[in-house]
Write a protein that binds this ligand. Structure first.
Ligand SMILES: Cc1cc2nc3c(=O)[nH]c(=O)nc-3n(C[C@H](O)[C@H](O)[C@H](O)COP(=O)(O)OP(=O)(O)OC[C@H]3O[C@@H](n4cnc5c(N)ncnc54)[C@H](O)[C@@H]3O)c2cc1C
Length: 412
């Protein structure tokens, strides 16, 4: 008899896992919304593709993830491969990305100060994100770019952001690398998404729809309780499952569990986990070769524009104009959206907007320990957690797939 496994949540984590378990278990996916996809879900508005959150592109440095992913798609026929062309919009000038390698494009005073900072940087241990940024890039670049940009995204004191959280996610250049790159005009190609893949039709919804083909999904179903006995896990009135995988927000799991002894001890720590939402605005805009534009200055509330209309021509509607998504941290009212969009370059025209309360997790010094303890407690009751908001990790799609691969052995 195949094991009965329930997966709560039909985002990329839940659907990838379901796909991997397909031949090995009897899997049911339960999704609270009518549409699957979670954060990577897309709609169409006036026949324009709308990433309700961000503007998802795919790549990975993990060969197992790439092999698994590409076994479901025809890379050449169904995806475009693009080189990242990002810029930073600063003092009404478009500076190439990453800004530290293009200091020569800044005004002379800033450029001189940055070079002075870089040659005086001492090799010291950084204790937090703010320290890291100042010790790596110098105080001038920190003040004009890294501080305002990261403050917009994280909305916390950057001193409170621990460094272990950022390992592998940030460039760690030495000062001399930055100076060489500026003198020799070299581009750093090792960055995440410096080359990326994007579906020719349907954006990231195409990815989730293809991966979910043939999987048993009950959508529009928000679970209300999970109870456990010695051998099985019960969800509402469904027949008992051998194992349950939760991919939703870990802060909500305790409320669902009927056995309060499992997570009650962690309740206050779970309540203290902070996250940020994003407001994502779909706009018509002028055609551009750019893929991303970063907007650090405080005079703009938006922090990023993703030119999704440039990723695939099929994303744009019949109007002949190109399209993009403008991203703001947290909730922005419709009046403020209109005012802010007017300030941005590219002759924007608003098509739709969406507020997603769960976009960015914020990790503290002890978050990983907490999540590991929770994983241990849950595992004893045949419950597992997976995904960005369940594991409280700043994971991209590929990391969600990697976590799914790593979870298989515990389930089968
Ligand atoms: C602004 C932004 C831009 C991004 N850009 C990229 C990018 O370009 N490339 C990339 O690879 N990654 C990107 N990411 C990251 C990517 O979105 C996430 O890694 C990924 O979507 C997380 O998937 P998930 O399945 O873990 O979680 P989610 O997508 O949140 O899925 C969880 C699912 O569980 C469901 N659920 C929750 N609770 C319940 C319940 N009680 N009952 C039933 N269902 C429930 C939810 O409705 C949801 O569908 C971006 C993220 C953001 C915020």
């Amino acid at each position: 008899m195949k094991k009965r496994i329930a997966i709560i949540g039909a985002g990329i984590s839940g659907i990838s896992l379901a796909r991997m378990l397909e031949d090995k278990a009897d899997v049911t996916v339960l999704e609270q919304h009518a549409k699957i996809g979670g954060l990577i879900g897309c709609d169409r508005v006036e026949d324009v593709l709308y990433h309700r959150v961000g503007g998802h592109v795919f790549n990975s440095k993990n060969q197992d993830v790439l092999d698994w992913f590409w076994s479901f798609f025809n890379k050449e026929d169904e995806f475009i491969q693009a080189n990242r062309l990002a810029k930073v919009y600063l003092n009404n000038v478009f500076i190439d990305y990453p800004i530290e390698d293009h200091v020569f494009q800044l005004n002379n005073a800033d450029a001189e100060n940055i070079i002075d900072d870089l040659i005086n940087i001492k090799s010291v241990t950084s204790n937090n994100f703010e320290d890291f940024l100042i010790n790596t890039f110098g105080i001038t670049l920190y003040e004009i770019y890294f501080k305002p940009y990261n403050k917009k995204i994280w909305n916390v004191d950057l001193k409170e952001v621990p460094l272990n959280w950022l390992e592998g996610k940030l460039p760690m250049p030495r000062p001399k690398d930055i100076i060489y790159n500026n003198v020799l005009r070299k581009q750093d190609k090792s960055m995440v998404h410096s080359v990326f893949y994007y579906p020719k039709y349907g954006g990231s919804q195409f990815i989730i729809d293809r991966l979910s083909e043939g999987i048993k999904i009950i959508s529009n179903y928000k679970i209300t309780k999970i109870s456990t006995d010695k051998f099985t896990v019960k969800i509402d009135d469904f027949d008992p499952f051998d194992k349950v995988v939760f991919t939703g927000d870990i802060r909500t799991l305790n409320n669902l569990l009927q056995d309060k002894l499992i997570l009650d001890q962690y309740e206050s720590e779970l309540d203290n986990l902070k996250s940020n939402g994003t407001t994502n605005v779909l706009c018509y805009c002028d055609k551009t070769d750019l893929s991303w534009l970063y907007i650090p200055e405080d005079k703009f509330r938006a922090h990023r524009i993703i030119y999704t209309g440039g990723f695939s021509e099929t994303n744009n509607g019949p109007s002949g104009r190109s399209t993009c998504t403008v991203e703001f941290s947290n909730f922005v009212s419709i009046e403020d959206i209109h005012e802010e969009i007017r300030k941005l370059p590219g002759n924007m025209e608003i098509l739709a907007h969406n507020y997603e309360p769960n976009s960015y997790v914020i990790q503290g010094e002890n978050t990983r320990d907490l999540i590991n303890k929770i994983k241990d407690s849950l595992r004893k009751h045949s419950i597992f957690i997976l995904g960005r908001f369940a594991e409280w990790e700043y994971n991209n799609m590929d990391k969600c797939i990697e976590s799914s691969i790593n979870l298989i052995n515990q389930l089968i």
